[in-house]
Design a protein around this ligand. Structure first.
Ligand code: NAD
Length: 436
């Protein structure tokens, strides 16, 4: 049976939306509960798919994809009624006797396009917001995580309202065909080159977009920090999912003396995480495909290898690698690494680090390890990034009450928790003045 034409899928979902079926809070919460049931009842199938696509360990699959999304659902279910309550607005004196308020309206039929690196979480977590806001949803998983894409295409229709939710699998041709259609919002996660394609297609219909992109997220390590503790947290954040995390620490900026102390500490931290042979650890992931493996392997000689460097194309394995003496013009510093390679670039100190960050595109995240309040304040006020993490990489995106998103080249718009509801709703202004 051939896949339905995208125009027919969108028309079918739009017809459902027009009936008003997706608007009541009861429909929204029911969909969220069913999605939660899918995640808990079908977790074994999802864990297996994530392992097939990315060599994800069961622990990592649960923590970063399944449990993460369950938490997002629980948070939304807990607060949705309160979030949806109309918010009164004060009226000016010349409108005496009138009342005014805002209310959240669903947008209509929205498109969610996901990437391969957290292929379940990054499709389902935006869907939580889209459904909570009362929309019909077309979900497009990544073809580069084919097992997860197939599992989600099979499972989602078993749990969710198929009149209002459709999964469209496929790669560039299928997505290109989808983008011809008119949506009421497009939520895209992936790289900035495709982000531009999405935005161009959306512009034809004046469709608003959320672009969750990437970039090189720097880590500043200050003098006088507890180097062993820094190395442990840095390595854990960097090498999770073999470095294929949008907010992974991309490179380290530090002074030469701290760099010298950090080198052996990072080597020890890697060994503590994955043993002397990470390939055999069972908890260390693999590179998604040969194309990315080749891209990453070519970056391995961008500096002096402190630890790692080993690789095996047949197994799509690249060891957790730390590179020292890396210069700003080295190949590894020209693009988002998106893999298990951590370059250390030396700077004089904070001034040069701030200038280094500001000379480049705005990153999705900026991290700093420092004991100094003044340094924290300067980084917060003098740099721009999607998110800012002091002392712990990645963790800000697990706080449901924080908006998650980029700025500039790292994206536009945000989501998670209440911010997802705002992204997938129209905040309508309402004024009422009675005649008598
Ligand atoms: P990808 O190749 O899976 O692409 C993402 C989606 O875009 C897929 O669904 C794919 O089918 C679609 N796509 C690809 N080419 C297309 C085209 N020409 N036209 C229309 N659609 C197309 O994933 P990727 O882009 O390699 O993902 C990695 C990037 O995503 C990195 O830059 C990473 O930092 C970023 N990322 C960002 C976030 C975030 O939340 N901000 C999360 C994960 C990844």
């Amino acid at each position: 049976m051939s896949a339905p034409h995208p125009a027919d899928t969108v028309a079918r979902l739009r017809a459902t939306f027009r009936t008003g079926r997706t608007k009541p809070a009861a429909w929204r919460t029911e969909q969220l509960r069913r999605l939660r049931a899918m995640l808990t009842e079908q977790d074994a199938a999802l864990v297996a798919a994530l392992h097939a696509d990315l060599g994800k360990s069961e622990y990592e699959a649960r923590r970063t994809e399944i449990d993460f999304t369950v938490r997002e659902i629980d948070h939304t279910l807990e607060h949705l009624d309160a979030w949806l309550r109309p918010e009164p607005a004060p009226v000016p004196a010349h409108l005496g006797g009138a009342t005014a308020w805002t209310q959240y309206d669903p947008l209509g039929v929205v498109l969610v396009i996901a990437p391969w690196n957290y292929p379940a979480q990054l499709l389902l977590s935006p869907m939580v917001g889209a459904l909570a806001a009362g929309n019909a949803v077309v979900a497009k998983p990544s073809e580069l995580a084919p097992a997860t894409s197939a599992a989600l295409a099979r499972l989602l229709p078993q749990y969710l309202d198929t009149e209002a939710v459709a999964v469209v699998e496929g790669g560039i041709p299928e997505t290109t065909a989808l983008l011809v259609e008119r949506f009421d919002h497009i939520f895209y996660t992936g790289n900035a080159a495709v982000g531009r394609i999405i935005m161009t297609a959306a512009a034809k219909h004046l469709t608003p977009v959320t672009l969750e992109l990437g970039g090189k997220s720097p880590v500043f390590v200050d003098r006088g920090t507890d180097i062993a503790a820094v190395a442990a947290r840095l390595a854990a954040g960097k090498f999770l999912n073999a470095g294929q995390t949008c907010v992974a620490p991309d490179y380290v900026l530090t002074d030469p003396e701290t760099a010298r102390a950090l080198e052996p500490a990072l080597a020890r931290a890697v060994e503590e995480l994955y043993g002397t042979d990470p390939a055999a650890s069972g908890t260390y992931g693999r590179i998604v495909n040969e194309r990315h493996f080749d891209r990453l392997a070519a970056l391995l000689d961008s500096g002096r290898v402190v630890t790692g460097g080993g690789h095996d194309r047949a197994a799509k394995y690249i060891a957790p690698t730390v590179l020292a003496d890396v210069t700003p013009d080295a190949p590894v510093m020209q693009e988002e690494i998106f893999g298990p390679i951590l370059p250390i670039v030396t700077v004089d100190g904070l001034d040069e680090a701030v200038a280094f960050v500001n000379d480049r595109e705005k990153p999705l995240a900026l991290y700093a390890f420092t004991e100094s309040e003044a340094t924290r304040e300067r980084l917060a006020s003098e740099t721009s990034s999607g998110g800012l993490g002091f002392g712990l990489p990645l963790a800000h995106l697990t706080v449901s009450d924080l908006p998650f998103g980029g700025v500039g080249e790292s994206g536009m718009g945000s989501y998670h928790g209440r911010y997802s509801l705002e992204t997938f709703s129209h905040r309508k202004a309402v004024l009422r003045k009675d005649l008598a």
